[in-house]
Write a protein that binds this ligand. Structure first.
Ligand SMILES: O=C(O)CCC(=O)C(=O)O
Length: 293
């Protein structure tokens, strides 16, 4: 596995503590400024229960088969990812958490554990930072928009492809355990990132062909040279506010547990609605194309 930070030297490094003292989304919205720059800050109050988050998750949803997790933005173990588990003897979430803690087997990255679908009871003990508020899409029935999730990854695992989240949502990340390296590209880097339409409504150009391990492969992806990446190593007790439409991918330099949630408020609601409306003709086109003659 390539450790990117040894080679992606031109990336701007973001650290905690930038840039203003009052970064709440409410304050920014009142001031009429949109939160378009990512920022990192210290935050260790996410989990509000004496039992560890992983223990409680295991207790509540340990019996759940891995291929039933996820489903809002992506599946945890589905299609070709099933092959990654062959021979590991890991069927359920409890099997995975136990193996992750034992550290004896090399495990795939367990991504997109949907809190609303897997363990909604956990949410009462999760306190989002003020920097992620107001967030109008936290109710469970708005899961398609807000979709709070957990990610569990061993050292050396990577999210994979550079992508952006759908419909102009901001994304808040909080690192619960370990560290996560995040590579971010501003929305204006789109021409250099080999993007292609996503497979889900509203079918925006939000996927790319570029994986984390390709970020220095200028032979295969020459336009990448023109991109302006940011690099963040999010440590346990730190959080990242990532504004709408920033492209990103991640790498876990050590065992990592993290939380993320999508955010919509007055600063991006019009863009989110616009993106959904623009998806309708694309949906109609796809339906018409797939209709049997
Ligand atoms: O937490 C990660 O590793 C990546 C999450 C992510 O990129 C996403 O959910 O869009």
């Amino acid at each position: 596995m390539t450790v990117l930070h040894q080679t992606l030297e031109h990336a701007v490094v973001l650290e905690a503590g930038m840039p203003t003292s009052d970064r709440s989304a409410t304050a920014r919205a009142r001031a009429g400024r949109e939160p378009e720059q990512p920022f990192v800050f210290n935050y260790s109050e996410l989990w509000q229960h004496p039992e560890s988050m992983l223990d409680m998750l295991r207790g509540l949803a340990g019996d759940m088969p891995l291929d039933q997790l996820g489903g809002v933005y992506g599946w945890s173990v589905r299609y070709r990812q099933r092959a990654d588990y062959e021979g590991l003897g890991i069927e359920t979430l409890a099997d995975y958490i136990d193996a992750f803690r034992a550290g004896e087997k090399k495990l795939p990255y367990l991504r997109h554990i949907s809190l609303n679908q897997t363990a909604p009871e956990l949410r009462q003990f999760i306190k989002d930072p003020e920097e992620f508020k107001p967030n109008w899409v936290t109710p469970r029935w708005l899961d398609r928009l807000g979709g709070p999730e957990l990610f569990i990854g061993q050292e050396g695992t990577t999210f994979g492809h550079v992508h952006r989240d759908h419909a102009s949502v901001h994304v808040g990340f909080v690192q619960v355990q370990g560290e996560k390296e995040m590579i971010l590209f501003p929305p204006s880097d789109r021409p250099y990132l080999y993007s292609m339409p996503g497979r889900e409504f509203p079918y925006q150009n939000r996927a790319t062909n570029v994986r984390y391990v390709d970020l220095n492969d200028f032979e295969q992806f020459p336009l990448l040279r023109h991109a302006s990446p940011f690099r963040i190593v999010l440590r346990a007790g730190q959080a990242l506010f990532m504004p709408a439409n920033w492209w990103h991918t991640t790498y876990n330099p050590c065992d990592s547990v993290s939380y993320s949630i999508r955010i919509i408020n007055s600063s991006n609601v019009l863009r989110a609605v616009r993106d959904h409306v623009r998806g309708i003709p694309r949906w109609v086109k796809r339906m018409t194309a797939n209709k049997p003659a």
